[in-house]
Design a protein around this ligand. Structure first.
Ligand SMILES: O=C(O)CCC(=O)C(=O)O
Ligand SMILES: [Fe+2]
Length: 218
């Protein structure tokens, strides 16, 4: 093997950067979250972006709060639109392979017991927002780890749309994330309140959750 490639392992769909997985596992252990630029291969990002721009905007539904019987929309809390992603969509296969590899590492090193993963494209039209919230839904604790991947080429700081991450009961954010193409955020879903500020143009993210295998706690 080429020594330059020694920290890179291959999969059926591409190459995994061991260093990136190690940094995510370390950060989740030490501080519960991480913000990383260019964590995923460019090829994987480009496939997702192609899938996103090919998708029919009418397939985006107004996002709701809560799940199943608890589901309702509330324009005072969030005004984004969403579309769930399925693993059998070809443009998403590399992404799901990467996510699965990360799941295995997190379980191996952190014993998180992550069982599966669900994700959605979210479209925030100009002016859309999502007020401060926690991702673990009321009545359910099975979302354990959140991932947010941004797919906005040529995003400038003055375009707004930042993700603010807080510690519970604190008003000053610990992180202000600019939603630039390729930036990935991973955090413990029940631990970090966060919010999306309005942007002055369309903003796209791919948000997902690793879940543990627990039933609803009602
Ligand atoms: O798009 C983002 O920056 C975060 C979205 C979010 O918090 C959510 O969908 O729960
Ligand atoms: Fe969220």
């Amino acid at each position: 093997m080429n020594p330059v490639l020694k920290t890179v392992s291959s999969s059926s769909t591409g190459y995994f950067d061991e260093d990136v997985f190690g940094r995510i596992c370390d950060a989740i252990t030490d501080q519960g979250y991480i913000v990383l630029k260019n964590a995923l291969p460019l090829d994987t990002l480009n496939h997702l972006f192609t899938g996103l721009i090919d998708s029919n905007p009418h397939q985006f539904d107004l996002a709701g709060i809560g799940r199943e019987q608890d589901f309702h929309t509330n324009e005072f809390v969030r005004t984004d639109q969403i579309q769930w992603l399925e693993p059998d969509q070809p443009f998403a296969s590399q992404y799901f392979a990467w996510i699965e590899e990360l799941r295995l590492r997190l379980n191996r090193y952190l014993f998180l017991g992550l069982f599966d993963y669900e994700c959605m494209f979210a479209h925030y039209p100009e002016g859309a927002f999502y007020k401060r919230h926690l991702d673990a839904f009321r009545g359910s604790t099975n979302r354990r780890l959140t991932t947010v991947l941004y797919l906005n080429p040529q995003w400038n700081p003055e375009d707004g749309g930042e993700l603010l991450i807080y510690r519970k009961r604190e008003k000053t954010p610990i992180e202000t994330v600019i939603p630039e193409f390729g930036t990935l955020v991973v955090f413990l879903s029940e631990v970090f309140p966060h919010e999306v500020l309005p942007a002055n143009k369309s903003r796209f993210s791919l948000t997902g959750w690793y879940r543990i295998n627990e039933g609803l706690v009602i």
